[in-house]
Ligand binder design. Sequence first.
Ligand SMILES: NC(=O)c1ccc[n+]([C@@H]2O[C@H](COP(=O)([O-])OP(=O)(O)OC[C@H]3O[C@@H](n4cnc5c(N)ncnc54)[C@H](OP(=O)(O)O)[C@@H]3O)[C@@H](O)[C@H]2O)c1
Length: 269
Amino acid sequence: MDAKIIVTGASGSMGAAAVEALARQGRPVVMACRNAEKAGKVRADICARVPGARLEIKELELSSMASVRDFAAAFGPGEVAALFHNAGVISRGYALTSDGLEHSFAVNYFGPFLLTDLLLPALVEDARIVSMVSLTCRFAKISPEGLRPAERDFSRLGTYAESKLALLHFSQGLARRHPRLRVNVADPGIVDSDMIAMGKWFDPLADKLFRPFCKRPEDGVKPALAALAAEDGGRYFVGRRSGPIPARYRDPALQERLWRATEEILSGI
Ligand SMILES: NC(=O)c1ccc[n+]([C@@H]2O[C@H](COP(=O)([O-])OP(=O)(O)OC[C@H]3O[C@@H](n4cnc5c(N)ncnc54)[C@H](OP(=O)(O)O)[C@@H]3O)[C@@H](O)[C@H]2O)c1
């Protein structure tokens, strides 16, 4: 039996594009999605275009650590070849999840952290772990205290960027702990997807003036697909290139502090 590739947010723009590309390579994929109906339609469309695609849907609500635990419990040793942390959200306002976490941090950071940790026994020895990050990380700062931002500290793009930066640091901490894993990050650029809508009056205008210049999801996901095929780890994939994680994101001491703080927070949930 071939080990599977788990793609979170597989019903979204780049998630669906990734699933289709992987299906064309003949890889078995687990579509980890919060909305089974939406995922079912995406799966049906891909199967119509890629006969013989091996796609299974499993429910995963990343804002709920209980859902993450249920999802991970379904996989046995050696069943998972790769884990693609693709799901992500830009929360439109400050909100706490039922676990008491800020919503975008729960989905973009705590969910992927816990999911990876719980799936470690299910991974093949040299499994690939790829996380979708963002160019917004460049303008963000993160500290252990920032993992649980207060309402006064929330801003849509700022908090999103901080959660993605935390994910970037997590990837490096993970690679240090598990050197056999091939852990990489991918930056898709600016991509035409639901995510870039701001929920504001100017959205229709932006759709006309801005969206045509964004990448198509099939192109935006290419760095992540390259990362999912990479022979090594510790690389930042962007456009057609990959290189070492940029120096501005390399801070092992901070990464260890973030790791410990995250474990402590998750241990209480
Ligand atoms: N678009 C860009 O310009 C851009 C730039 C940099 C990075 N990224 C990153 O690329 C990744 C893919 O984004 P996209 O542009 O393809 O956006 P998208 O079309 O909105 O896809 C996001 C996916 O995440 C899923 N998701 C959201 N909240 C979730 C939750 N609570 N639990 C489980 N799944 C959840 C969505 O589920 P539903 O299908 O149910 O809505 C969707 O499948 C994200 O991590 C994003 O941060 C995007």
